[in-house]
Design a protein around this ligand. Structure first.
Ligand code: PMV
Length: 383
């Protein structure tokens, strides 16, 4: 039986996160530069996307978040990556790799991966001794408006850690996951929350012991069962390229008139949300989650230059969700990413009524009636 802890806000005692023997620093992740026992081989793995409940928006280099965030790890929206590695006698100055996306060589995505390798190389120096052929595909449609950077970087980082494990078999699973999260962050900040699940905190928080700006951690709360199989049905409203990228958006938080208040608010919301998720307080969960989504977009609308990523249909869906919740008392709420799509979050027990509602009233707002039916998952894995 789950013992419900009634925590006060702010809590008297800190919330803990799963920890290694001591708090890890960036230097602790530097591997030896001596590949000897892995000539060539293949690693097949996958990592899911994640959806933030408390949003990360604003950073300093390199993907050091301005505020802590927390996300649900997804289950079905994922990137599958096969990493063929071949030892090369003379290490090249740049990591050598080919990229095959959905079965075809892809030059367009290569610079992002090249940049990732440049940042990651200091921590996985053995990569220079290999040529990689990276085969990758997503389980969700390309240009569905679902960012593949979190799952893609998560899968690549996780794959590299499987190679490091071959070179150094005594590495523990918790170290591998933590370093995979650390590496994934270098590729795309939110990717560090895709290695484990169901709930990952990223960013230093005064009340969450072991939380770190460098990697994601699982908060050691006893998550109320209602959240363990939470559903996320993603309504695909706009499937085009975003007009403003996340990187540009993060930068616009520097000198933003509301930045400091926003960062303080995110710290408070994170703690309140974890307490709500421990006690099963759905009202509070809904209040914080929806407020976080709207605040993220409010930051965009009040940046200089300002921009809007929501579409008219996004607002129509939100109005409908509020009306449905009022009249049905089903605890359905929404969240938004940096885009127009709407994530519908709800307990599994309410699946039928929410899906009926989506079919009847919301599909008209989706491009080609498209949606992705997802739910909370457990993170990256070897296949
Ligand atoms: O990881 P990035 O740089 O793509 O930024 C992600 C930002 C949001 O998705 C809007 C929020 C979040 O915490 O995931």
């Amino acid at each position: 039986m789950l013992i419900k802890i009634k925590r006060s806000f702010p809590p008297q005692s800190p919330i803990f996160a799963r920890k290694l023997s001591r708090m890890m620093q960036a230097e602790d992740f530097i591997a030896a530069d001596s590949p000897t026992n892995a000539d060539s081989g293949v690693i097949n793995c996958e990592a899911p996307s994640n959806i933030a409940l408390v949003k990360y928006w604003g950073k300093t280099d390199v993907q050091i978040p301005a505020n802590p965030s927390v996300s649900f790890t997804l289950r079905h929206s994922k990137t599958v990556t096969t990493l063929y590695y071949r030892f090369i006698e003379n290490p090249s100055p740049k990591v050598s790799f080919d990229l095959i996306f959905e079965g075809n060589p892809n030059e367009a995505f290569k610079p992002k991966i090249q940049k990732f390798f440049e940042l990651a190389e200091a921590y996985v120096p053995f990569v220079k001794h290999y040529h990689f052929e990276i085969h990758t595909h997503n389980t969700f449609p390309h240009s569905s408006g679902i960012a593949s950077s979190a799952s893609g970087m998560g899968a690549l980082a996780f794959g590299l850690m499987q190679l490091e494990k071959k070179l150094n078999p005594q590495l523990s699973e918790s170290f591998l996951n933590q370093k995979a999260s650390f590496l994934a962050r270098l590729g795309s900040g939110s990717a560090c929350r895709s290695i484990e699940g169901p709930l990952v905190v990223w960013g230093k928080h005064a009340y969450i012991k072991e939380s770190s700006d460098l990697f994601g951690v699982k908060p050691e709360i006893e998550i109320h069962p209602v959240f363990l199989d939470y559903q996320d049905t993603i309504l695909l409203i706009d499937i085009g390229e975003k007009t403003v990228s996340s990187s540009q958006g993060h930068q616009l938080m520097q000198g933003h008139p509301f930045a400091e208040k926003r960062f303080t608010q995110a710290n408070e919301n994170l703690l309140k949300l974890l307490i709500a998720m421990e006690t099963g307080d759905l009202d509070q969960f809904i209040k914080i989650t929806e407020s976080e989504a709207l605040t993220l977009h409010a930051m965009m609308m009040t940046s200089q230059p300002y921009f809007i990523l929501m579409k008219p249909e996004t607002l129509q869906v939100i109005e409908k969700v509020w009306a449905f919740r009022k009249q049905s008392t089903v605890p359905l709420c929404f969240t938004l990413d940096a885009g127009a799509n709407v994530h519908m979050l709800y307990p599994k027990a309410n699946k039928k009524s929410v899906m009926d509602f989506i079919q009847k009233e919301l599909l008209i707002f989706c491009r080609n009636n498209a949606f992705i039916d997802d739910e909370v998952g457990s993170g990256a894995k070897l296949l």
